[in-house]
Ligand binder design. Structure first.
Ligand code: GLP
Length: 241
């Protein structure tokens, strides 16, 4: 694991963007794994600056989002379809038809999840997977005790994650109970895993991921076995290392 400790979000955004660009530069069709949440925001902001400045073009890139809630309409402002559209596709000027988000409304959710994994494979696999991390060290929505070899599938959200995400909804009752998420095995297939975190609230998760045992109770710890995992964090998130 390469650990990059930055003094603030702005610096973290630049450090992460430099690395992402390094790994996709020159690829005819870069495939980028997209994450929602506040963690990668600084990266998206820096990429947006580069796109607006004419230094980066992502219109030919393919994007695959990590996860989606089950059962909320795509037009709901907190569906990951909406979040990816407004916080990634639009500012980064990606081509909407080239970006996919798992289907949380399919009649057969598992069939749709299997098809999603196939689409990633058909695209040639993910070149750079952007990741945030939950306070319980989940990545995507792979909650503690998710199988390390899991593929895209339906998961139940833990009370902790529903509580963490309640800030985006009017009340905790409105936070969906289930999601569709790429599996840890799917994430491990990416050529580069670029994880971002900031703030003291993530310090325990970061310490467990980097220095703890590789164990399913800490899903992100599997990244210790990733051939190219890059962790870009601020000083507060690094405070327990
Ligand atoms: C959500 C997402 C994850 C994200 C995590 C952390 O549950 N499914 O992909 O990494 O929460 O979110 P944040 O970065 O906002 O703390």
């Amino acid at each position: 694991m390469e650990i990059v400790i930055c003094k603030d979000a702005h610096e973290a955004g630049i450090a992460a963007a430099d690395r992402l660009v390094h790994y996709i530069e020159g690829l005819p069709t870069p495939v980028i794994g997209l994450a929602t949440g506040s963690s990668p925001k600084a990266l998206y902001q820096e990429l947006t600056r580069r796109v607006e400045g004419g230094r980066l073009d992502l219109s030919h890139a393919l994007g695959f989002a990590l996860d989606e809630y089950v059962g909320i309409d795509r037009s709901h402002p907190e569906s990951y379809h909406s979040v990816i559209t407004h916080s990634v596709i639009e500012p980064l000027r990606m081509t909407p038809s080239r970006v996919r988000v798992p289907d949380g409304l399919a009649a057969d959710l598992q069939a749709a999840a299997d098809e999603y994994d196939e689409a990633i494979e058909l695209a040639g696999g993910v070149d750079v997977q952007i990741l945030g991390i939950g306070s319980n060290a989940h990545i995507g929505f792979n909650e503690p005790f998710s199988s390390f070899s899991s593929r895209t599938r339906i998961k139940t959200l833990t009370p902790q994650t529903r509580e963490d995400n309640a800030r985006f909804f009017d009340s905790i009752e409105q936070v969906p109970t289930h999601c569709v998420t790429q599996g840890l095995g799917t994430i491990m297939d990416s050529r580069v895993a670029l994880l971002m975190a900031s703030g003291e609230k993530k310090a325990d998760a970061i310490a467990a991921m980097v220095e703890g045992p590789v164990a399913t109770r800490c899903p992100a710890s599997i990244l210790q076995f990733h051939p190219r995992a890059i962790v870009v964090i601020d000083e507060a998130a690094a405070s327990k290392l």
